[in-house]
Ligand binder design. Structure first.
Ligand SMILES: Nc1ncnc2c1ncn2[C@@H]1O[C@H](COP(=O)(O)OP(=O)(O)OP(=O)(O)O)[C@@H](O)[C@H]1O
Ligand SMILES: [Mg+2]
Length: 259
């Protein structure tokens, strides 16, 4: 249990406006959770808050990871300790190649997780082998390794490179914010297979999506619907099929008549 990500009564403000209004969610390793919900309901706010984006202020509640509150941890520390966020809109970093970026991230994680802070950087041949193998799984051309991160990448290429980062970093909790948006039909399958290759008892996954399609590949154990900053309803995989069919209005109505 100590490995769970536990979100308790989470309230979050952005630029002085309350966006999340009391979220409770627990993600254990080995579980796949999907979060769906209308545009602007707070899904990315939840993802960015979990990742430690400084713009998002937690005003109430807690986020606990491996038994510890992580509210005071910076984004770097969270990533190095095994939390990973694939962004809805990945940023370009001109001047930093994909390979260098990944190597810095891998080494930072090794440093954080070594007992006395004295771990050696990953050997170059070992790193090269790791990255090339993961690129092959994701059907990414090896030439991407030497390109500047996300600079001029197509929408779908950015999403694949996000999952490449996840594959190389091997996180314990991964949050995928609309990783499927912008992917062509084959790429949804390829990227999902890449995620599934990592899924298992050592990884907890939170998939944020608008579409049932990715959930046919990355099969969730739990589906949650975020409406207006609160989890309106949670259920099993059948819930996402129901949403595909009926949209969100019935949930919004239940929310406004009920709680
Ligand atoms: N940095 C910000 N400044 C001002 N408002 C923000 C900021 N970030 C988020 N918001 C507002 O918070 C609300 C929730 O946004 P969020 O991006 O979390 O929604 P979402 O559920 O991810 O939507 P989508 O499905 O369109 O990605 C929106 O009304 C948005 O305008
Ligand atoms: Mg979003």
């Amino acid at each position: 249990m100590a490995n769970d990500l536990v979100i308790q009564d989470l309230h979050v403000e952005v630029e002085g406006k309350e966006i999340l209004r009391g979220i409770d969610l627990t993600i254990s390793k080995g579980e796949i959770h999907a979060v769906m919900g209308p545009n602007g309901s707070g899904k990315s706010t939840l993802a960015n808050t979990l990742a430690g984006h400084p713009k998002y202020t937690v005003t109430q509640g807690d986020i606990r990871y491996k038994g510890e509150s992580i509210l005071k941890w910076g984004a770097d520390e969270r990533a190095q300790k095994g939390l990973f966020l694939a962004f809805q809109y990945p940023m370009a970093i001109p001047g930093v190649t994909v390979a260098n970026f990944l190597r810095m991230a891998v080494n930072a994680k090794r440093r954080t997780n070594s007992k006395n802070g004295a771990s050696k950087p990953i050997a170059i041949p070992e790193f090269r082998k790791l990255v090339l193998q993961k690129m092959e799984t994701l059907k990414l051309d090896p030439s991407f390794a030497t390109r500047y991160l996300n600079d001029g990448f197509s929408g779908g290429e950015k999403k694949r490179v996000e999952i490449l980062q996840m594959a190389v970093l091997n996180p314990e909790i991964a949050i995928l914010d609309e990783t499927d948006s912008g992917l062509d039909i084959d790429a949804v399958r390829i990227v999902s297979e890449g995620v599934n290759a990592l899924a298992g008892s050592n990884l907890g996954i939170l998939v944020i999506t608008h579409y049932q399609r990715i959930l046919n590949y990355i099969k969730p154990n739990f589906v949650h619907v975020l409406v207006n900053g609160k989890m309106a309803i949670s259920g099993g995989p059948e819930l996402s099929l129901q949403l595909e069919d009926k949209g969100y209005d019935w949930i919004k109505e239940e929310v406004s008549s009920g709680k």
